[in-house]
Each structure stands twice: as C-alpha cells, then as structure tokens.
Design a protein around this ligand. Structure first.
Ligand code: CUA
Length: 364
C-alpha cells in the first residue's frame, strides 16, 4: 500500500494519470478489481471487530466507572461462551480466507497465456525479450532517459517529472500476458500497480506473473526491491495498445532490429569498433564509469587508464562478460552481443591511448 501510494504521488502530476493517492490503484485488470474488493472486505471485517471489541471495553470502563471496591465475579466454564468464541472467529477466518485464496490462486495462474515476455532486472535498467507470438525475438533494454539532474533538481523548482525510458514494454489490449522474471546481478522487483503485479526478479531463478490489461494506455511502475545506488531510477513503463497498433509496433521493431543488427561475420575495422563501442559505453557503462571514463573515485575505477592498468584483453573480456565478484561490476554477457563486447573493449583501450598512455604494455 505504501509503495502504491508512493507511485501514486509520482504519477499524480502534469502528464501523468490522475490517481487516488489514499488507496490502492483501481487498475485495469480483473485481478486489481478482485484485490480492491478483498481490501474493502477485509478492512470492513476488521473495523466491525475493532468497533465491537473496543466498544464493549470502553462501555465497561464508562458504565462501571463508579464501581471502586466492587468484587470481580468468579466463575468457571461457560459452554455457550466457549462455543461462541471458537465458532465465530472460525467463521470470520473462513470468510476472509476463501476469497483471499481464490484471488491468490488466480494471480498465480499463468497458464494459457497469449504472449510471454521475459523481463530481466539489471543494475539499473530493465531488459525485455518477447519469447513467442509474432513479436518473438524482439529484445531491448529500457533505460532511464529523463535527465537525472532534471529529476533530482526538479528544475524549474517545484515541477515534477515523470521518469521516462528510451524503450518500453508494449503489449496488446485484452490479451493474457505472462511475464517471466529474472535478474542478472541482484534482486529487483517488477511492479506495475495498475496490473496488480509485483514480482521479485531473482538472479538464477525464473518467476512468473501475468496480467490482462483491459484499457489501452501507458502504465507505470518502479523497481520495488532495493537494488543499489540507482534503485530509485529504474522506472517501468508499459504501453497497452489496440491489436492493430500492436501489430504495427511489432513490424516496426522487427525492421528496427534488422537495421541495427550487429553482424558478427562482418570485417569490423578498428575505427568502426571504436565508434560502435562509444555508443555501447554510453548506453551501458556511463552510469558508473562516467561519460569521460573517469569513474567515481573509491567506487568505480577510471577506464581511461588513470587509475587502473587495463590488463590483457582476455581479462577485460572476462570482466565485461562475467562481472567482477565482490564489486558492483555486473556481468554484461547476458545483455551485450559479441560485437558490442568487442566494440566496448576497443573503445576503452582507445580512450586509454588517447589519455596519453600510449600502447598499453599488457596488450596481448
Ligand atoms: Cu532494481 Cu531496485
């Protein structure tokens, strides 16, 4: 509820959808309606019990306020009372458990989905991969695109900014979408309150969830598991489109992917690799190692050779592929293709020699 309220606060701003800040999201799925109904049912039962119990207590205090010196009644066993305080709570618990179990079972039923999308949490972005249907093979990362200074500085003063991403998940309306979640480094959590979905993304595990959005629109969420320095900057944006618009999106994605494909069989020149590597660095490395490769002293080493010896190429490739245990350096093997890895390494070595270090003595 607190998480939902926080999201509500972020969303209730110019350009964002109007939402009720004091309650759960009304949402656009059957599950969100079921959860809302459950929430009111349980709250009502709790209020009735609260008023009953505290009503009797305060009534007794008030009604017997002049009873100083009276002796308390002493009696043992009362079959009627004992049956009542066993049977009534039992009925209440069943009345709460039945609809709650029904909803939980429905939430977990990821069978016969129309569409499956693998969602991977990275420090600090989301990766989406369409596993089946006409979009099968479509794959992209969704990284924060709103400038950090704008979000943190709230310039002009008092303005709020929606956190946008360079890419976002797109799904068709009224289709059962199964999301299969995992993470590449630490635990993240994929939460979209309007779908009633909040599922941890755990390294080494696959967890799934589902939603069937009934209204086209843009729905927002946020990583909901503390995952490091930029946890607060992992927005989730999901766009629900009418079927025809979705088909058009799939077509566009396929064209875009074909145009941008890194061909591993092409003879890449050093200059081409460095140019490609600069883009890969800007998209994946700058958050920690900074645009100029200077790093963050004490946390992330400089990549231009000021602070570290780059090491032989195979050590570098391994570091990029597998990350560095015990540090914040994540494994990029799962998110970059072979050309991107070769390119980013060419780029950092190029930056090294441009920094006046000359030929790296450890080049193999
Ligand atoms: Cu990812 Cu918090």
């Amino acid at each position: 509820l607190i998480g939902s309220a926080a999201i509500a606060q972020v969303q209730d701003m110019p350009g964002g959808p109007k939402v009720n800040q004091l309650n759960l999201h009304e949402g656009v799925t059957q599950i969100t309606r079921d959860v809302m109904w459950l929430h009111w049912l349980l709250l009502t039962i709790c209020i009735v019990i609260f008023v009953g119990v505290f009503g009797v207590m305060f009534y007794s205090i008030w009604a017997h306020r002049k009873s100083r010196g009276h002796k308390a009644a002493t009696f043992h066993e009362h079959l009627g009372v004992e049956v009542a305080w066993t049977v009534i709570p039992f009925i209440i618990v069943i009345a709460m458990a039945l609809p709650a179990t029904k909803t939980v079972v429905a939430m977990k039923d990821t069978s016969s989905a129309d569409l499956t999308v693998k969602v991977t949490g990275y420090q600090w972005k989301w990766g989406y991969e369409y596993l089946d249907g006409p979009a099968a093979g479509v794959k992209f990362l969704a990284t924060l695109s709103t400038p950090r200074a704008q979000i943190e500085g709230r310039e002009p003063k008092g303005e709020f900014y929606l956190m946008e991403t360079d890419n976002h998940m797109v799904v068709p309306v009224d289709k059962k979408v199964r999301v299969v979640l995992t993470a590449a480094d630490v635990i993240h959590s994929w939460m979209v309150p309007d779908f009633g979905v909040k599922q941890d993304a755990i390294p080494g595990f696959l967890r799934d969830a589902w939603f069937r959005a009934e209204k086209p629109g843009i729905y927002r969420g946020q990583c909901a598991e503390l995952c490091g320095k930029d946890h607060a900057f992992m927005p989730i944006v999901v766009e629900v489109l009418a079927q025809a618009d979705y088909d058009k999106w799939v077509e566009d994605q396929k064209k875009k992917m074909a145009a941008n494909a890194d061909d591993p069989n092409k003879e890449w020149t050093e200059a081409e690799l460095v140019a490609r590597g600069e883009k890969v660095f800007a998209a994946n490395c700058v958050a920690c190692h900074q645009a100029n490769g200077k790093g963050i002293p004490g946390s992330f080493p400089a990549l231009d050779g000021d602070k570290v010896v780059l090491g032989p190429k195979d050590v570098q490739i391994n570091t990029v592929l597998k990350g560095k245990p015990g540090t914040a350096m994540a494994a990029f093997g799962p998110q970059l293709n072979d050309v991107e890895i070769a390119a980013v390494i060419s780029y950092t070595r190029h930056a090294w020699s441009n920094a006046g270090k000359g030929q790296d003595p450890t080049v193999m």
